[in-house]
Design a protein around this ligand. Structure first.
Ligand SMILES: Cc1ncc(COP(=O)(O)O)c(C=O)c1O
Length: 461
């Protein structure tokens, strides 16, 4: 152990090691606007170098760093640049990247106030700012989790506890065997992460009362069943394909009158609420009981940044927090109370830095700017002869060219250029090209370059 300690100590104080890491990171940033978005096959072959047995004596830190730079860096996706339109993956605001690199060295365990006062403080600040930005009930509490999947899981865990508690059943103590019924109402375009949550929580996909979805992927309100106080209703701010928003006003009013719990999956769409031009899409959303949203999508925080917000603090905390003799709670915020994790990294630091960097006006500009870029894309694609299959209400564009086969082949050749990347999807039985504009960096030139790739792909088809 002593020998090992000596080696590790000398590496910790090896300034050159950390400076090299920093320099390599800066070189990556310098090339981000010109480099290809997706690795070439030649680069992907470098990944084979990672296939070896774990060595016995360990390796010097500088060698590990160089090895990763050589074989790993060429196999990243240039997501922080302006030509990546895959899934709903955001870029990262520079101030947040910078504070993240500092806080990586702090390496805080963010579970308790005593394990990281700075993380606890910034969670408190972010909670207040977010509730204000989204215009949610001021008594709501927020938890900082890895992404919207965990935020959905956390919120619906609280909802399950709340609904059963009202019926005199403590799910923490008694579990689900013999529990009173919970009715789950969701619609057919509900995101996969919500379905996963329902399976994890033992609520069962077969038990869902499915509402139909309309042609934009919104809940069809005509298929909303009669609600009562045993219901959890799950709605969506931003359909993962079309970007469409459910009718919160109508459904939340019905839910409130019946005592149902409404959960909103707003992974990327809840941010519409922060833009004066797009806020109308979220009308009535404040009447829900819980909300899930990502920092790492529309807001452009670095990755691993989700938020759950809940208006019922007692159910939220009772359903999620853990107790242990060894835990040291404070009279300040203990993050462990507001989510399923105990040890966790201090992700609120980047969220705080992002909001500090943009300010309210900058957030509005960013969100609205993504929408404008999506419209430019849609117009350009339509000029090239594509059918735009969705109403571009937010940042998502679904494009189709002649038939499924042609659309897929055009997508494939644009992806193969390496200069950009977006995925395909299925929309109303059609194969579509799915463009999600989610980077602060996307410029008119980026859009022009990508449109010319589409034009060439059509010509060579
Ligand atoms: C509507 C919606 N819900 C949930 C998720 C899952 O979010 P995360 O990947 O942050 O867990 C996504 C991801 O794209 C989404 O679009």
């Amino acid at each position: 152990m002593k020998e090992l300690q000596n080696r590790l100590r000398s590496e910790l104080y090896n300034q050159e090691l950390f400076e090299t890491a920093h320099t390599l990171g800066m070189e990556y940033i310098e090339n981000i606007e010109s480099q290809d978005v997706y690795p070439s096959q030649e680069n992907l072959n470098l990944l084979d170098h990672f296939d070896h047995e774990l060595n016995s004596k360990g390796l010097a830190a500088n060698k590990i760093l160089n090895f990763l730079q050589k074989n790993g860096s060429p196999n990243t996706i240039a997501q922080i640049g302006g030509r990546y339109f895959g899934f709903v993956n955001g870029s990262a605001i520079p101030a947040a990247l910078a504070v993240k690199s500092l806080s990586v060295i702090w390496d805080q365990c963010g579970g308790l106030y005593v394990s990281s006062p700075i993380n606890a403080k910034l969670e408190t600040v972010c909670e207040k700012w977010l509730i204000d930005l989204f215009g949610l009930p001021t008594n709501s509490k927020a938890g900082f989790v890895s992404g919207t999947s965990m935020a959905n899981l956390s919120a619906i865990t609280a909802a399950r506890y709340h609904i059963l508690q009202k019926q005199g059943w403590d799910v923490n103590e008694c579990g689900l065997n013999g529990a009173p019924p919970i009715r789950i109402i969701a619609h057919k375009q509900t995101h996969a992460s919500v379905k996963k949550t329902l399976t994890i929580l033992g609520l069962g996909l077969q038990n869902i009362e499915w509402m139909e979805a309309d042609d934009q992927g919104r809940a069809d309100i005509n298929t909303l069943p009669e609600l009562d106080d045993t219901c959890i209703v799950i709605l969506q701010a931003g359909n993962v394909n079309s970007g469409a928003f459910d009718d919160f006003e109508y459904i939340c009013n019905k839910a409130r009158a019946s005592g149902s719990w409404v959960h909103i999956d707003g992974a990327f769409g809840l941010w519409a609420r922060t833009s004066s031009a797009l806020k109308h899409l979220t009308k009535g959303i404040e009447k829900a009981d819980s909300w899930a949203v990502d920092g790492h999508k529309t807001l452009n925080t670095p990755y691993d940044n989700g938020i759950v917000i809940c208006r019922h603090e007692k159910s939220f905390v009772s359903s999620l927090h853990a107790n242990g003799e060894y835990l040291v709670f404070s009279d300040k915020r203990d993050p462990i109370l507001y989510g399923p994790e105990m040890s966790k990294r201090s992700r609120a630091i980047e969220l705080w830095a992002t909001m500090m960097s943009l300010g309210k006006k900058g957030i509005d500009d960013l969100v609205h700017g993504l929408h404008n870029s999506a419209n430019q894309f849609a117009q350009g694609l339509s000029d090239l002869g594509f059918e735009i299959c969705n109403d571009v209400v937010f940042n998502q564009v679904l494009a189709y060219y002649k038939d499924n086969e042609t659309t897929e082949s055009i997508l494939y050749s644009v992806q193969n250029s390496g200069r950009t990347w977006m995925a395909g999807s299925k929309w109303n039985d059609k194969s579509v090209i799915r463009i999600s504009v989610c980077s602060w960096m996307t410029s008119e030139n980026d859009i022009k370059e990508v449109l010319s790739l589409f034009e060439n792909a059509i010509k060579s088809h």
